[in-house]
Ligand binder design. Structure first.
Ligand code: NOJ
Ligand code: CA
Length: 704
């Protein structure tokens, strides 16, 4: 680690309210910080000489004290840091963390209040946070509002989802500031209790992206969300300005802060090249280093699951029995008959284990294995999920032996139906049960409104809860994949056992309305900036009518594109979501899923435009193989794959999994070809992608 302390620009001595400037290491980003006439901190940001954020206010409003105005600057500190770190897993083996930091120390009087604003300016963007130091007059703060403003400079295009305190499982809108209000109005269909009240602004969520008319891309999110609610954004459309909006608890309080306290970082990733937004590691850089000395137990992996069966035709169930209605008070499940539609049974799970073992898939997830699934509403009234009690047809012991003998891991599922408080009560018992039975990973779930606490999914309490679960899991050497949790903010750097989250509209929606091809062309620019997503790619049978004539949903994808998603949606935890029998119909295409790694030593974004297309190349962390994935929206396109990233002079064989000439996501999704070509670093492949299509390529050194 290398710290270079530059001469402090201005000593931490008396200083008047003069503007302070700092630039990024390259000089392309310039930040100005000041206090205005009312003593309110303000900042502005320019990129390549053009304003990106014009004078915007900063401040925190608390019950005990406000940190909004009356401030003077008492000093500033500036340092430059240039260091690198090695993630346990990820897109790069080495990550450079290079920034100039400006700390602005502020003081207000009557009563005295102290506040530090810390800014980090990287070549690819800005992070800043509020720091409330220990101080005489404020010991704790009941935070009512964060005033952070982002005043943009034009009628930019926004890529965003509606504001909601409880879910981010939405499709993205692509709309200008001037059209946002009309666009979002009909999309606010969720119950009022889950939504920010109309307050004259249009509420959206982060992570979101903006594009200016002169071609600058700005990704807006946050990093290191700890002890604080997630940030939503109130958009003043005519003013083209956004203000932080924090989910309140039932008393209207945003957060209870004990000083000293540092807020999460507010992050802006900025470039005039869309590929840089995808490549940026800014959010990870703003998180704390790994909290564990020993990470040898953390294993990136691919998995299949007893899962899609429950989505395909509304026939199979997570629940074991249908008899619960007649016997609502029953506690002894062995007295109930199975409904015969419960795939989490021993024999079926063994089939999945066999398939995984045959195809080199690391793990099998089983959903619906434990007591409590009968009726989520009834459960919520008078039933409880038990995380250490299997249904009678799920034999934990013999499955442990069966899986171990075949070298396959089992992933446990903990659906909490949002009774997070009860989950915390059971947590140690649940994790002990997992360890006793050989499970090293858990998928958690928080479907529905949070009970019994009336908290929101994005609230401080829930943020604390999911962070606590990840931390406790690490104590047991358990890896975590959380669904319906607050959106990630790069905490996987600190807790690399937190392999993935859902926290967006995932592949499951192919059975609940379907996802258009553009959806996976915008997620990497938005949701994925916070961390990997358990999107569940690998859907080979894309028509739900295949299972159930009455179902018309069809995934917005070709089969070849599903393979490309393993590259364009990087995650150390990748599902092969489809049924084993569907993979057996297309064994040559499934070969790609068997081969594709989930951990990388290098990544090169070759082409990118939000909502339109992405082409990326990645090098396997454990071999000299490279992989390329290319996807497009519902327009056909020709991807240009410049292989100059390959070492010069070395010969390779590229195995290309591509859309057939007549492939189309709608009419001909399963038409693909597989071909091999000899390539080297001078080669540029022109690769046709069908509407809603994609291509996946494995590039291996040619044998001499
Ligand atoms: C929603 C999750 O996203 C999905 O993966 C899971 O199968 C269901 N909840 C049931 O827990
Ligand atoms: Ca979900």
């Amino acid at each position: 680690m290398r710290f270079i302390a530059l001469p402090t620009l201005l000593a931490a001595a008396a200083l008047s309210a003069a503007a302070t400037s700092v630039s990024s290491p390259s000089g392309e980003l310039v930040l100005d910080v000041d206090v205005d006439n009312a003593g309110t901190p303000v900042y502005s940001l320019a990129y390549k000489g053009r304003p990106v954020i014009s004078r915007s206010v900063l401040g925190l409003e608390g019950k005990e004290a406000s940190f909004t105005s009356g401030f003077t600057v008492t000093g500033t500190d500036t340092i430059t840091v240039d260091r690198s770190w090695q993630p346990v897993w990820g897109e790069y083996a080495d990550v450079r963390d290079h920034f100039r930091e400006l700390a602005v120390h502020l003081r207000a009087d009557n009563p005295a209040r102290l506040l530090t604003l810390r800014f980090r300016l990287f070549d690819d963007g800005l992070g800043f946070r509020y720091e409330l130091p220990r101080q005489d007059n404020v010991n704790y703060l009941t935070l009512m509002k964060e005033n952070t403003q982002f005043d943009f400079t034009g009628d930019h295009t926004l890529y965003c989802i509606p504001g909601d305190y409880d879910t981010d499982e939405f499709l993205f809108s692509e709309v200008r500031f001037s059209g946002l209000e009309d666009e979002m109005a009909p999309r606010l269909t969720r119950p009022a209790a889950n939504r920010p009240a109309a307050n004259g602004a249009t509420c959206i969520q982060t992570p979101m992206l903006l594009k200016t008319d002169d071609g600058t891309y700005i990704s807006l999110h946050e990093a290191a969300l700890v002890g604080y609610p997630a940030m939503l954004l109130d958009v003043d459309c005519p003013e083209q300005s956004m203000t932080a909006h924090l989910a309140p608890d039932r008393l209207g309080v945003s957060a209870y802060l004990q000083l000293p306290f540092a807020t999460p970082w507010r992050t802006l990733i900025i470039s005039d090249d869309a590929r840089d937004i995808l490549a940026s590691q800014l959010i990870l850089n703003l998180n704390e280093p790994c909290a564990f000395d020993d990470t040898s137990w953390i294993k990136p992996m691919k998995f299949i699951g007893v899962w899609w069966e429950m989505f395909t035709g509304n026939v199979k169930t997570w629940a074991y029995s249908d008899d619960y209605r007649a016997k609502p008070g029953i506690t002894d499940y062995s007295a109930l008959p199975s409904n015969g539609r419960h795939p989490a049974n021993t024999a079926n799970v063994m089939k999945y284990i066999d398939f995984a073992a045959r195809h080199g898939i690391d793990a099998v997830l089983v959903e619906g294995w434990n007591e409590g699934w009968e009726d989520w509403r009834a459960y919520r009234k008078n039933r409880q999920f038990l995380f250490d009690k299997a249904y009678p047809d799920f034999d934990v012991d013999s499955l442990r032996r069966y899986a171990t003998d075949r070298g396959v891991q089992l992933i446990m599922h903990h659906e909490t139906a949002s009774n997070a408080a009860d989950y915390e009560r059971q947590l140690d018992r649940a994790f002990s049960f997992m360890k006793q039975n050989g499970y090293n990973a858990v998928k958690t779930g928080y479907v529905g409104d949070i009970i019994p606490r009336s908290e929101h999914h994005t609230s401080q309490w829930m943020v604390d809860h999911v962070n606590y679960v990840a931390g406790r899991a690490a104590d047991y050497h358990i890896m975590v994949d959380s669904h319906e949790a607050p959106r990630p903010t790069g905490l996987c750097r600190t807790y690399p056992n937190w392999l993935a989250q859902e926290s967006a509209r995932g592949g499951e929606y192919e059975a609940m309305g379907s996802n258009p091809p553009s959806h996976t062309c915008i997620l990497p620019f938005t949701r994925l900036k916070g961390g990997p997503m358990d999107y569940t790619p690998g859907l080979f049978e894309t028509r739900l009518s295949y299972y159930n004539e009455g179902k018309t949903y069809q995934a917005g994808t070709t089969l070849a594109r599903q393979l490309a998603l393993y590259l364009t949606m990087p995650s150390p935890l990748q599902m092969a979501c489809d049924l084993p029998e569907n993979y057996e119909r297309f064994p040559d295409a499934f070969r790609f899923i068997e081969d594709v790694p989930v951990d990388w030593s290098d990544s090169r974004y070759l082409e990118a435009e939000p909502n339109r297309y992405i082409t990326v190349a990645r090098r396997d962390k454990h071999s000299d193989d490279w992989y390329v994935g290319a996807i497009t929206d519902d327009n056909a396109r020709e991807a240009l794959i410049d292989l100059s990233f390959l070492p010069e002079g070395r010969k390779y064989v590229a195995t290309i999994y591509e859309d057939a000439k007549d492939a189309h996501w709608k009419d001909n999704p399963q038409a693909y070809n597989i071909r091999t070509v000899k390539v080297d670093s001078r080669k540029k492949l022109r690769q046709r992608l069908a509407p809603g299509g994609g291509a996946a390529i494995r590039i291996t050194p040619a044998e001499i």
